[in-house]
Design a protein around this ligand. Structure first.
Ligand code: GAR
Length: 208
């Protein structure tokens, strides 16, 4: 059984999708053992507490340097014996120590079809604002492993979602969550826990 540690910053709907998948029995090879938030007021912490999942808060601003924060987060993840780390709306950039200690063991959910609308500055609602500004007709979500390049790690799963006339960033965000993120994130976690993801160079192969 793999220990899954979920990192959050906000509302935690993707965390909820993972909790629901665990409760419905679709993730059997792993268990969410801890939720770590960068924000003490994140509603995601309430969702975790409602399900009896232990929580921790670690704030970037409590550390003088990126290096000190990176070391502290790495130590916390080791203490929690994390086998898999899931970034579920985690809005703090990870440092190189965390990334190198957990190579191909950190999964992020991004609200666009990478390599579109990704990289530094593309997070949350901003991603959907940019997609609407560009006028794309299709967007979606991507579950991928995290490496040193922001949103640049091996892609695990993607799902497309249509953009409709009259969409606002909020409406589009909700559709992308419902139709893509809440489906592919639990699916990627299940595949990881069942050892069904093979990383080959910068890409992945799904073994099923
Ligand atoms: C989600 O849309 C997630 O894809 C996005 O933030 C939202 C968090 O919502 N993540 C990023 O933009 C990361 N670059 P949630 O807290 O309700 O899961």
């Amino acid at each position: 059984m793999k220990n899954i540690v979920v990192l959050v910053s906000g509302g935690g709907t993707n965390l909820q999708a993972l909790i629901d998948a665990q409760q419905s029995g679709s993730i059997t090879g792993g268990k969410i053992t801890c939720v770590i938030s960068s924000n003490p007021n994140a509603y995601a912490l309430t969702r975790a507490a409602n399900h009896g999942i232990p929580t921790e808060v670690i704030r970037r601003k409590d550390f003088a340097t990126m290096e000190a924060y990176d070391q502290a987060l790495t130590a916390l993840l080791r203490e929690k014996q994390a086998d898999l780390i899931v970034l579920a709306g985690f809005m703090t950039i990870l440092g190189s120590t965390v990334i190198s200690n957990f190579e191909n063991r950190i999964i992020n959910i991004h609200p666009a079809l990478i390599p579109s609308f990704c990289g530094e500055g593309y997070y949350g609602l901003r991603v959907h604002e940019e997609a609407l500004r560009k006028g794309v007709k299709v967007t979606g979500a991507t579950a991928h492993f995290v490496n040193e390049v922001c949103d640049g790690g091996p892609i695990i799963l993607q799902k497309a979602v249509e953009v409709r006339t009259g969409d606002t960033p909020e409406v589009l965000q909700r559709r992308v969550m419902e139709q893509a993120e809440w489906q592919i994130l639990p699916q990627a976690v299940r595949l990881f826990c069942d050892d069904k993801i093979k990383v080959i160079g910068g890409t992945t192969e799904i073994l099923e």
